[in-house]
Write a protein that binds this ligand. Structure first.
Ligand code: 0X9
Ligand code: ZN
Length: 810
């Protein structure tokens, strides 16, 4: 039905299309190639002018989208998606249930959509008009005097001659190369030229040894800003080499390989015939055309989640991995150039930076480079014209797509590889006005420079224990750092250091790292006072004077390029019981069913299942399920449960620590693997915030350490830390014949936070009510008014309180 509808529309607007076609020819937008090259298709290797747009397919007419509606669908269900797939053509980089997806509908299909209850908004009422307006604007710009290359969209031949010219103008820095040719379905041999850019040889640093970065544009024909952007990047690398020290430093250490159009036949088709064409032009032999090149790569190729086996689909993956000449040429090129370390495949639209994986909603096992660079590229791009480019793993951030270029590059070749979706965020989509080419190019030049600087730098950093997000007040913190060669890096160990500061206005201070082995260092952050926010980064220099940093853009003032660490207070104890005295625990409660092995407070005698000593360093007593020794099964829990129940504990944050987190910690012993029916039982440990009315499980102990083990829990993860907190340990022998021995010692409740004594009423805020409360306490000489804790309530308490109050707390 869909096809039928489209056919009718095509028939109805044939005249309009002829007019449009004639207009195109007479204005010379497309025809320039054909004029220059009117007869047979050019031969392989003949880069510019190789695109004869109308050769080989006499039946082509420009496809009209007159009256077609571009709508943004709120896809609520798979059913909504199926209906839209039936009726329209996806015009979106986003897809899936629960998100907005753009579709283009013929007038008839749009009527049908309106009959459904599927929610949508109209983005453009008449796509045909949008495309005509675009064409008019391109032609108007073409007729302007003094228009620069990047102020207009350019047909294939112009892009190719432009990179030829760039190379010719910059012979020391640039040369062209080709991936070979790709025979078009239209009979034209399309060349796949690219440009190679790097500084001339330097002493000890020949071009031929530098790591390479590969950029390609235009896997998808209609995404015109993509080839424009990568051509702009080539242009600006050459343009800025002499004046921009960052560009020069990158070109001194990296070689760029840039191929603007990897789907040339599709690109030409989008100029001459169907502006919204996506795939290549493969004749599928069933009346349909085109394979989606970005579903044809040989890594996780062929998954139905993320590609289609249907030839008429926009994401048709082809008959086999690398079935298409275009992807074969790319594969062979990447495989042959073993120095390629990084790659970006530029697309439009949606403003996204997408790292692997695309075929699954997961990150690779080693995601470190992507985790470091994604946010830095995003903020570098955002810093140029305040455009948001969200960054993340492709499958999880956007939608699943299998057989895509970056998955193959990273998964099969270990190349750090991204998809970047360029402008815009959905207003014009693929039909991005030409005045946005330059801004898109500029912001993406800044983004790719982050990658260039990363590949150029002499070292990579890694952290075997991870990076701390917090540290304790008053205690220096040591971090293990591994520094390995990234690009000809020979480390000068004296230069390895950590830099830190505690306020954005103060300069960074630094501390030298200590070398502990080859490529192994430790960095130590000094002690900070409670609640200090520390920002820091790492740096190391090579013997040839180059610096590497982690995060790599740390010195460039990007907010995403500094590590942060908060400083927490030390533990402030509010309850501690080592069981040396009787603090009111219940050793067995009513309702318990075990006849033997009941909890006791005692100095335990050893068995193979029971400790011979308590846990406390000083002291001898613990809570134990029957302290008697002997054989393993002597005095163990038998035939039921026995409960150790705490008294009510005041677990509220202490005065001055209202904003703290409260924790409970205990040492416990558990053994259930020493006799018959081993591992058949478990010991629930539960917590109550309401004096035992209701209980929440902290843990269910099954590990048979046959040793004391210390456990810590944040109370608020389970219950509110109230004045009536209770704990219970339920030792059970439910399986017949198993040996169960349990013990508990050194139960502690403590606060972790930064003291805030000015918060006199302990409501978590320092405000005028604290002042009133203090003055009230002071006037009545209440004990709390002894603010400096010197035993007397006097004027010095008042002064100290006012000082603390004026400083306030974070
Ligand atoms: O679908 C694609 O190939 C890319 N989007 S586009 O609209 N330019 O065609 C995105 C591929 C990124 N990878 C995943 N989404 N998994
Ligand atoms: Zn694309």
């Amino acid at each position: 039905m869909n096809r039928q509808v489209r056919h009718n529309v095509r028939g109805r607007s044939a005249i309009a299309m002829l007019v449009l076609g004639a207009a195109m020819f007479s204005h010379g937008v497309v025809v320039r190639d054909a004029d220059a090259n009117p007869t047979p298709p050019p031969t392989p290797g003949n880069a510019p002018g190789n695109a004869n747009p109308i050769a080989g397919d006499a039946t082509q007419v420009s496809r009209s989208y007159d009256g077609y509606v571009w709508a943004r669908i709120g896809v609520r269900s798979l059913r909504d998606l199926q209906v839209c797939e039936q009726l329209g053509q996806m015009a979106s980089c986003r897809g899936g249930v629960g998100v907005e997806v753009d579709y283009i509908f013929s007038p008839e299909a749009f009527d049908a959509l309106r009959q459904t209850d599927i929610p949508f908004i109209i983005v453009h009422h008449d796509v045909g008009r949008l495309l005509r307006d675009e064409r008019t604007e391109i032609e108007r710009r073409d007729s302007l005097r003094g228009l620069t290359f990047f102020e207009n969209y350019r047909p294939l031949a112009e892009i190719h001659s432009y990179i030829q010219q760039l190379a010719a103008d910059n012979p020391n820095l640039a040369s062209t190369f080709t991936l070979g040719t790709s025979p078009g379905a239209d009979g034209v041999q399309y060349n796949l030229p690219g440009i190679r850019i790097s500084s001339p040889d330097l002493p000890g640093n020949p071009r031929s040894a530098r790591p390479q970065i590969f950029f390609n544009g235009c896997q998808h024909a209609r995404e015109w800003v993509s080839p424009a952007t990568v051509t702009y990047i080539a242009d600006q690398l050459l343009e800025q080499y002499a004046t921009n020290p960052r560009v020069r430093a990158v070109l001194d250490n990296v070689e760029f390989l840039i191929v603007p159009v990897v789907n040339p036949e599709g690109y030409v088709h989008s100029w001459t015939t169907d502006r919204l064409w996506r795939k290549n032009r493969r004749n599928n032999g069933d009346g349909t055309r085109g394979v989606d090149l970005n579903r044809n790569w040989g890594f996780q190729w062929g998954l139905n989640s993320g590609s289609s086996a249907a030839t008429n689909s926009e994401t048709y993956r082809g008959t086999a991995a690398f079935s298409e000449v275009e992807t074969q040429r790319l594969r062979d090129f990447i495989t042959a150039n073993t120095r390629i370390r990084a790659h970006i495949d530029y697309h439009s639209f949606s403003q996204l930076i997408l790292s692997p994986w695309g075929y699954v909603a997961a990150t690779p096992t080693d995601n470190s480079v992507f985790a470091e660079l994604n946010p830095q590229m995003s903020s570098a791009i955002g810093g140029v014209a305040l455009q948001t480019y969200r960054a993340g793993p492709a499958g999880a951030t956007l939608y699943l797509a299998s057989g895509i270029a970056p998955d193959w590059a990273f998964g099969s070749r270990g190349i750090w590889s991204w998809t970047i979706e360029l402008r815009d965020a959905g207003q014009f989509g693929f039909v991005l006005p030409p005045d946005q080419i330059l801004p898109t190019g500029r912001e993406n030049f800044a983004g790719m420079l982050v990658l260039g600087e990363y590949v150029a730098q002499p070292f990579r950093f890694s952290f075997p224990d991870g990076l701390p997000a917090s540290g304790q007040a008053g205690t220096p913190q040591t971090i293990r750092v591994n520094i390995t060669d990234n690009n000809r890096g020979v480390i000068d160990p004296a230069t390895a250091r950590v830099l830190f500061r505690t306020s954005a206005n103060s300069p960074f201070q630094s501390a030298a790292m200590t070398q502990t082995g080859p490529g192994q260092f430790t960095a130590t952050l000094p002690a900070f006072s409670c609640s200090t926010n520390v920002t820091y980064y790492f740096e190391a220099g090579s013997t040839d004077g180059r610096l590497a940093r982690y995060p790599s853009q740390a010195a460039r003032g990007l907010s995403t390029s500094l590590l942060t660490r908060t400083t927490t207070g030390s533990e402030v104890e509010v309850f501690f019981d080592s069981f040396e005295t009787n603090r009111g625990w219940s050793y067995g409660v009513s309702g318990d069913t075990a006849p033997r092995g009941i909890w006791q407070r005692c100095d335990p005698e050893p068995t193979t299942a029971q400790p011979g000593d308590d846990f406390s360093p000083a002291g001898t007593v613990a809570a134990i399920t029957d302290c008697r020794g002997g054989a393993a099964g002597d005095g163990d829990v038998d035939a039921g449960v026995t409960t150790l129940l705490s008294p009510a504990i005041d677990a509220r944050p202490p005065r001055g620590y209202a904003a703290s987190e409260m924790f409970v910690r205990y040492a416990r012993w558990y053994s259930n693997d020493r006799g018959g029916a081993p591992n058949a039982d478990s010991m629930p440990v539960e917590i109550s915030g309401d004096n035992g009315a209701t209980w929440v499980q902290l843990e269910s102990v099954t590990e048979n350490l046959n040793a004391w083990s210390v456990k810590t829990f944040r109370i608020s993860d389970f219950v509110t830390p109230t004045a009536q907190l209770r704990l219970r340990f339920v030792a059970r022998d439910l399986a017949t014949g198993s040996v169960v021995e349990a013990g508990v010692d050194d139960v502690r409740v403590f606060a972790l936070g930064c003291p805030c004594f000015a918060d006199f009423n302990s409501d978590g805020a320092v405000d005028f009510f604290d002042y009133l409360d203090f003055v009230g306490a002071f006037d009545t000489e209440a004990p709390g008014a002894d603010f400096n804790a010197d035993g007397a309530v006097d004027f010095f308490d008042y002064l100290d309180f006012v000082t603390a109050y004026n400083i306030g707390c974070d």
